[in-house]
Design a protein around this ligand. Structure first.
Ligand SMILES: *Cc1c(COP(=O)(O)O)cnc(C)c1O
Length: 384
């Protein structure tokens, strides 16, 4: 049976939804915390609505557990937390543009800075405002996305040292490959980062907090833990990859569900859905679930399944915008109103985010965050 919903979407009910187990979030954060050496701080990355779960509800769990800081990508994401009472330190990932600067001061947001041009503009802005702005220096150690290039640290570090209105609270880098078996490049990035940090310090820039690890690095690169780790997906009970799963006993947080809203009986030769891509060879019983690619369900044909009555019901035909069709011939108890699971557990059966990722030809991150806003998020506490 479903647990009672804690908070529900203000929108009208819909027989398709995402269930978020907040006790599981807290359990996972506790497991992560207790696995970390006591001196290493924990930053919880809740960007993109905490990967689709709802950043506010997830961040409240982090705050309750005393997580040291939160991270979002956009100013808007951070603002949604601030205006709803989240006081914890928030670091904005990525890079800022000038029109975003005023929001940093007004709402106590820290930002990553990854170029001298932005650092100088931010310093000038802070000077005009007569405020200091807290930044973390992003160092590009080989990912080649955001960040000061590690190779030329000797060129930019002295210039960074001359920006009196910036409070440099830390330095970070991001791994291109932390969740695969071979860690050679991650170790090279760590060495590059350390070299750049040494030059920064020689140039008179104090960098109190160093951080490099995402979930993959936290799990598999203890030598890179430094002063803080930045964990996102692992707190949701999903391992970053199939080979990166050191910490046992994490609980999946997200379950995608729908109710059977129609049933059809097929005679041999009957087809299902657009393009008539499925043709019954024997009499079949088909259940219709009212969610589709308009909700983030992968656009597949005759692939994948839903769990109904604790059994796998294979998807037949294709994913439409608003519906999928599954074969329940072998689940004779299935009836209108029954709950189906599209991602998550039902009884002993499970469809993982990685399973859905395989259907979507993508990664679990994209799957979690890809369940669209049209699906209500319902928050539960299961205890345990
Ligand atoms: C998203 C992100 C993280 C968190 O990554 P996970 O693999 O979800 O733990 C950490 N650091 C940066 C810079 C990120 O963009």
């Amino acid at each position: 049976m479903s647990a009672p919903f804690l908070t529900s979407d203000p929108r009208p009910p819909r027989p398709a939804w995402v269930e978020v187990d907040l006790d599981a979030v807290e359990h996972n954060l506790r497991q992560i915390r207790s696995d970390l050496p006591a001196h290493v701080r924990l930053m919880h990355v809740v960007k993109d609505e905490a990967y689709g779960l709802g950043a506010l509800e997830v961040a409240r769990c982090s705050v309750r557990l005393g997580v040291d800081a939160l991270a979002t990508f956009t100013v808007g994401e951070a603002m949604r937390l601030r205006t709803r009472g989240i006081e914890a330190p928030i670091l904005l990932l990525g890079e800022r543009t000038e029109e975003e600067f005023p929001w940093l001061v007004d709402h106590r947001l820290m930002t990553c800075v990854g170029s001298l041009a932005v650092a100088e503009a931010l310093n000038a802005f802070a000077a005009r405002e007569q405020r200091r702005i807290t930044v973390h220096l992003k160092i590009n150690s080989g990912m080649n996305r955001f960040g000061f290039p590690w190779r030329s640290a000797a060129d930019w570090a002295p210039a960074v040292a001359r920006l009196p209105h910036l409070e440099i609270a830390g330095a970070l880098t991001h791994f291109a490959q932390s969740d695969e078996l071979i860690k050679t490049f991650a170790r090279q990035q760590l060495a590059n980062f350390q070299e750049a940090v040494a030059i920064l310090r020689q140039s008179g820039v104090p960098v109190p907090c160093l951080h490099t690890c995402n979930s993959g690095g936290f799990l598999d690169l203890p030598e890179a833990h430094a002063d803080m780790v930045r964990v996102g997906i692992l707190a949701l009970g999903v391992y970053p990859s199939a080979v990166c799963r050191r910490l046992p006993d994490l609980r999946p947080v997200m379950t995608v569900k729908a109710r059977i809203t129609a049933l059809q009986h097929l005679e041999p030769g009957d087809t299902v859905g657009y393009g008539m891509r499925y043709r019954a060879e024997t009499p079949r019983r088909i259940a219709v679930l009212p969610l589709g690619y308009g909700d983030g369900f992968p656009r597949v044909r005759n692939e994948g399944a839903a769990l109904i009555g604790g059994q796998r019901a294979p998807l037949v035909g294709g994913t439409a915008m608003d519906a999928i069709t599954v074969d329940v011939t072998d689940i004779p108890t299935a009836q209108l109103g029954d709950e189906a699971v599209l991602m998550g557990r039902q009884g002993d059966a499970e469809i993982t985010a990685h399973d859905v990722a395989a259907l979507k030809r993508s990664v679990s991150y994209d799957v979690l965050a890809g369940w669209r806003g049209r699906l209500p998020r319902l928050y539960v506490r299961r205890g345990r």
